[in-house]
Every structure is written in C-alpha cells, then in structure tokens.
Design a protein around this ligand. Structure first.
Ligand SMILES: Nc1nc2c(ncn2[C@@H]2O[C@H](COP(=O)(O)OP(=O)(O)OP(=O)(O)O)[C@@H](O)[C@H]2O)c(=O)[nH]1
Length: 409
C-alpha cells in the first residue's frame, strides 16, 4: 500500500522506538509551548468575536453569549488542564484540534439562529476555522486532514439552512472554501514533512557527533598505549608531565624509576626478535604487577620502562623498595639469557626522588633517574641505584642499595 513519504519516515525505527515516538518525545516541550500559546491566542479571538456577533447580528446576542459561555469557555479550561497531563504531545494536539472543531460547530449553531441578511457575508469567516486547523495550529497532518474535512462538512451543511442562502451563494462560498481547504492542507503537509526532515537531520548529526566523540576517545586512548606491552607509551607520559605542576603543594614528592633490561641486544641476537618481544611483555607484566594502581607505568623506549609516582608513597624509601622488589621479581621470572654470566634476564634500575615544586619539570627528574641507571649499569648491572634531593636519606639509602645488590642472585 502506498504511504506518503512523511508517514513512511514516521514508521521507521531509531533503535528501540519508532521515529514517531521519538519525534513526539523529543519535541514534546517545544510543541507544547507553541500549542499553549496558540490556544490562548485563538481563545482570545474566539471569545472576542462575541462582540462581533452582537454588533453584526444583534438577534443572536443571547444565543452567542450562552453557547460560547456555557459550552466553549469550560471546554477551553478543560483543554488547558489536559495540556498539563503527562500524555503524548500527539494527544494534546488532537485535543486542541477537537476543541477548535467543536468551536466551529458552536459558531455555526449561533449563526443558524440569525434572521439577519448580514449573516451570509459573516459566514465567510467560517473559513478561518479551516486555516486554524491546518496552517495556524499546524498539528500532525492526519489530525489536520480529518478535522478540517469535518469542519468543511459542518460549514457546508449549515450553509443550506442559513437565512437567505441560495445555490449561487453556496457556489460563491465554495469557490473560496474548496481552495482554502485544499491549499492549507497542502501547506500543513509540507510543514509537517519539512519539520520531520529537519528533526531527522538533527538526530543523524547528533548520532554522528556521539560516534565521532567515542572514536576520538578510543583513538586518544590507543595513541597513548604501547601495543606490545599494553603499558602507557611515551606520548601518554607527557600527559602526566603536563599535570605535574598542578600536583605541587597537594602532593609532596615524586619518584621516577627507570628500568632497563640488561644485555637485551645479546638476548635478541641469541633468541630472536620474537622471543625478545615475549621477554619484554613478561618484564612489563612483572613491573605492572608490582606497582600501585596510581603509579604511571610506561614503556619508555625499546627495552626501557619508567615508573612515575607522585604521592606520599613516592618517598625515597618506598620508591627504592619498589625498585628492588621489581628487580627481584624479574630475576624470579627465570627467563633464560645464556649469553650472560647470570644465565637469566636481569634488569638495572635508576631511581630518583625529590620534592614537587611549582617549577618541577619531568624531564629534569628523568635525567636524574637516568644518571642513577647509568651508575647501575656501570657498576655491573642487575642492581638498583638512586639519586635523591633528600640529602638526609643519602647514606641510609646507599647502604640499602649496596646490601640489595649483594643479594642480587
Ligand atoms: N625484541 C625487541 N627488541 C627491541 C625492541 N625495542 C628495542 N629492542 C632491542 O633492544 C636492544 C637494546 O640494545 P642496547 O641499547 O644496545 O642495550 P643492551 O643490549 O640492553 O645493553 P645494556 O643496556 O647496556 O645492558 C636493541 O637490540 C634493540 O633492537 C622491541 O620492541 N622488541
């Protein structure tokens, strides 16, 4: 069966709901606002036309006052009350067109009571009801169609009973009435279809925007993650570097721990690149497992990892304990490394701790940790070396490092 494009679109689905339901729901408030305003305006017009009735057709004064006052006034009050109910906007619009249609019936009943010859020219005003039901209230097309056909029938039934009406008068009236009916219905259809088209365009733009935002977030996440180990990459680390200054004051100190796999070139040469990748993954997992949730664990370079701590647990002693724990865990992995004296994979670790101040710069801290790492390598690898701005700790920490590296294997 052929369906007008407007209805075809309305019956399509967006997710779990039809376009019609979503359209009614999303545009409820906006449509209700204009419906209320227009109803108020139309009520003012309708009731002030009592004066026109009295002026043009004095013989219907009582009838007009009675019918408008007793029937239409309470109906209008009820209509405004209905607008407040939690029902679909489509029902409220239907209530609106129903009351307007009834007001047309009441108007016809008033004019039927007149024997004044001016009633014939006044009856042309009945076409205003058709305009209201189509292009003024602009309800959904189906409401507009049925209500204006009803009012049209009502007008042209009444017309035969008007005082002094002839067939020529009726034909004259129709020459205006029919085009008004057809053209205003066309205008209503175009308006309804265009409003729906604009709405659907907005919905798809909004959907695209949400999709794009999700993809951007995904890309942003991916661009900060090292694909081999799943750790934060160097780019991700810069984000934390940017936040570092904001931490000054709130958090007392920072620890930077740099970890480097010993003789990794030899490992690669001996076992192959794929085994080298597996080794890096295993070391990365051991590092991540030893750290807190709050620690930033980053793959800093090829076989280099970096841990950033920026809270109370970043104090020198804690940082050094963590570094030592990681070194032991990696040794404990027991990954064979034949070309080396130790026969298994080991790491060297450089630790730096210092206070965070407003001029803090991550690169400076990294350089300090790197210097400690260089010391660890120089002194024979598989050990932890530290660098701190807390001079009071220095001797105690030196002893700790020294004793731990003795227990290395
Ligand atoms: N398998 C694998 N190897 C990598 C990756 N990234 C870097 N490498 C290798 O890591 C090795 C690093 O070698 P070097 O910088 O000479 O360091 P090293 O051999 O560990 O020596 P020391 O650090 O002095 O103990 C190079 O052979 C790189 O090719 C990677 O993603 N996978």
């Amino acid at each position: 069966m052929y369906r007008l494009p407007y209805y075809h679109q309305l019956s399509q689905r967006i997710g779990a709901t039809t376009v019609r339901e979503k359209y009614d729901l999303d545009r409820h408030d906006e449509r209700l606002r204009s419906l209320r305003l227009l109803t108020l305006l139309l009520a003012i017009f309708y009731f002030s036309y009592t004066l026109v009735d009295i002026y043009l057709l004095p013989d219907v004064t009582v009838r007009s006052l009675l019918l408008r006052g007793v029937i239409m006034l309470p109906l209008t009050g009820l209509l405004f009350a209905y607008y407040k109910r939690p029902v679909s906007i489509r029902h409220k619009e239907l209530a609106g067109v129903t009351v307007v249609s009834l007001s047309a019936v009441v108007w016809c009943a008033i004019l039927l009571g007149s024997e004044d010859e001016r009633v014939l020219s006044y009856f042309y005003a009945g076409l205003v009801f058709l305009m209201v039901l189509t292009i003024v209230l602009t309800p959904p097309f189906e409401h507009s169609l049925y209500s204006s056909l009803f009012v049209f029938t009502c007008l042209y039934t009444t017309i035969w009973f008007l005082h002094g009406a002839t067939s020529i008068y009726v034909i004259n009236h129709l020459t205006l009435g029919v085009p008004v009916l057809v053209l205003t219905l066309i205008a209503n259809y175009r308006f309804s279809a265009e409003s729906l088209r604009l709405y659907l365009e907005n919905v798809s733009v909004e959907q695209l925007r949400v999709e794009l935002a999700a993809r951007n977030a995904e890309l942003e996440k991916i661009s900060h993650i090292d694909p081999l180990t799943g750790l934060t990459n160097r780019r991700g680390l810069t984000r934390f570097a940017d936040d570092l200054q904001q931490l000054s004051g709130a958090q007392c100190c920072i620890a930077v721990i740099i970890i480097d796999v010993d003789h990794f070139k030899a490992f690669n040469d001996f076992y192959g690149h794929a085994e080298g990748d597996n080794c890096l993954r295993a070391v990365a997992n051991a590092i991540r497992a030893a750290c807190n949730q709050e620690d930033v664990v980053c793959r800093f370079g090829g076989e280099e990892f970096l841990i950033l701590r920026s809270d109370h647990s970043a104090q020198a002693f804690n940082a050094l304990t963590l570094a030592e724990k990681i070194r032991m865990e990696v040794v404990g992995l027991g990954i064979p490394h034949q070309p080396t004296q130790e026969g298994r994979v080991t790491i060297s670790v450089g630790v730096f701790t210092g206070p965070i101040n407003p001029d803090a710069e991550l690169n400076t801290f990294i350089k300090e940790a790197d210097a400690a790492l260089y010391e660890a390598k120089r002194e024979g690898r598989n050990r932890v070396r530290f660098n701190t701005h807390y001079t009071g700790y220095a001797s105690h920490l030196s002893m700790l490092c020294a004793s731990n590296s003795d227990k290395a294997l």
